[in-house]
Design a protein around this ligand. Structure first.
Ligand code: FE2
Length: 202
């Protein structure tokens, strides 16, 4: 694909267009036998509450939206092969690194651990898999506005579009020892001889 110069996207409404005001929700279909496990997992993952549920569908809320995630039990569904095309993951944002790391600790105590902790650069991201192996990311933004633009125009993403894998437990220790969030989230170069794809986990 033709390479575009990085820019800050202007919200469509500020460009005089009629676009949605926000993303509303994600509905995940599951086999009825996994329904309860899936609902429990998402309630735990998001510190959510059930807005409405019956034996077939559960609406889960945890922010200003009436429901942000719903689980639908649909008889006869089968899990797609791991190498399927389609939605790869969906992602949810915390205010800052400390909120993200506190959530990591909370979830770890519940036996829920990320399969891929990655400092993308613009974001710090923790990727998890639900009981059906759908991928869900939680993140915090590290760079905003002009800083973000500077990051993209610096060529850092051309060299490594993936990021650098990090150890959340190590970062928690470093934060306790007074290392700033800015220091932890400023991205190192790829280790010698590694490519961006070496930083990928699936
Ligand atoms: Fe993502």
């Amino acid at each position: 694909m033709e390479k575009f110069n990085a820019k800050l996207a202007v919200p469509a409404r500020e460009r005089g267009k009629l676009a949605p005001i926000r993303m509303s929700h994600v509905v995940i279909g599951t086999n009825p036998e996994n329904y309860e496990a899936m609902v429990e997992w998402y309630l735990t993952y998001f510190e959510g509450e059930i807005a409405y549920a019956n034996d077939d569908v559960a609406f889960i809320g945890f922010d200003e939206e009436h429901h942000r995630v719903a689980i639908a039990a649909i008889p006869g569904l089968v899990r797609p092969p791991a190498n399927s095309t389609g939605v790869n993951h969906f992602a949810f944002t915390y205010n800052d690194l400390d909120e993200l790391l506190a959530t990591y600790v909370r979830l770890k105590k519940e036996g829920i651990e990320p399969y891929w902790p990655i400092l993308h650069g613009p974001t710090t991201s923790l990727y998890y898999k639900d009981p059906d192996q759908n991928r869900v990311e939680i993140l915090c933004d590290n760079l905003k506005g002009e800083e973000l633009l500077e990051f993209f125009t610096s060529g850092a993403f051309d060299e490594n579009f993936m990021g650098i894998i990090f150890d959340p437990d190590d970062w928690i220790e470093q934060r306790k020892n007074g290392v700033s969030a800015e220091e932890l989230t400023s991205r190192d170069k790829l280790p010698e001889g590694k490519t961006a794809w070496d930083m990928f986990r699936d």
